[in-house]
Design a protein around this ligand. Sequence first.
Ligand code: SF4
Ligand code: SF4
Length: 316
Amino acid sequence: VEETDSILETMIRAMGIGNIHGRDVFKHSFADMHITSEYIRSCVDNYLCKEPEPRMAYRDKVHVPIRLPQNCAGCPHLFTYAILKKLNVVVASGIGCCGLSALPIMNASNIVQSMGSAPGIIHGMSRVEQTDSPGRYAAVFGDGELWHSGLMGIINLVYNNSNCKIIILDNDVIGMTGGQPHPSSQYSNSEKKINLNIKDLCKTLGIERVFEIDPYCYEDYYNLLVQEYRIDGISVIIAKKPCIRLHKGNKKGIAVIGEQCVKCGQCLGTGCPAIETERKGEKLLYRINQVLCIGCKLCIRVCSKKAIVYKEIENG
Ligand code: SF4
Ligand code: SF4
């Protein structure tokens, strides 16, 4: 069942195989609907002239909790979003791993549109300036997006004397689609390794305030953003840390939630999937999944009750 055009169906028919069905069975416009298992079964029943059986949807029989896509536990991107939330910044994000920041429970981005669109969108929003956060705008996108089309957006911001900050989440790969390399990747598997330098590129465009920072250095990162939001004009912050998939083997410790926890949910708001809740009767329990946690310490930084501690692990 193809979502848009009947490409496979047409090509197979062109190969001379006549006994093929597609749009004659699935007649609706897929652009306007979701292809659910119920939809597929009803179309097939219809085609086979079978009396549709009264079926309960599977989801009515079994309680399947809704699970939205999330970043990995310890993803360096989560530090950026936790700080931007704290600073009440209006954020346009790129797609992929950055785009997950717009979903509950993180709710850190105001808009996510398409690959490389963040700088253009945030520039427009800053010009309209109808927010509670005057002067606090950020375009946040990944290094893969920069090379895809984000560079055009940065040039546009420079040309138009924008007052937005640009945060490039440089994790050295295109994470969401499996870790493909790109022109600034150290991990490039291409023989034509060119290793473009993002900082040099931004300087070449005439941007004076360009910084590289390890996003895991939470306090330094926070202070850098506070400093840059005091200054008008463009700043570029390159949050440089490899994708967690490239270095999570080096786990030395984990975070543990202690007795002081007041169940305020601040730690959940980081979007780290290792932080879990469970309702037991009247009680709501917060805990950290020790298998998922990689000990990045973000939750420790955001917990204002100091209820989370770091515990070293043996043979870490
Ligand atoms: S932020 Fe701290 S106090 Fe709040 S729920 Fe998490 S661990 Fe508990
Ligand atoms: S230290 Fe906290 S934020 Fe980092 S991976 Fe573990 S639970 Fe998640």
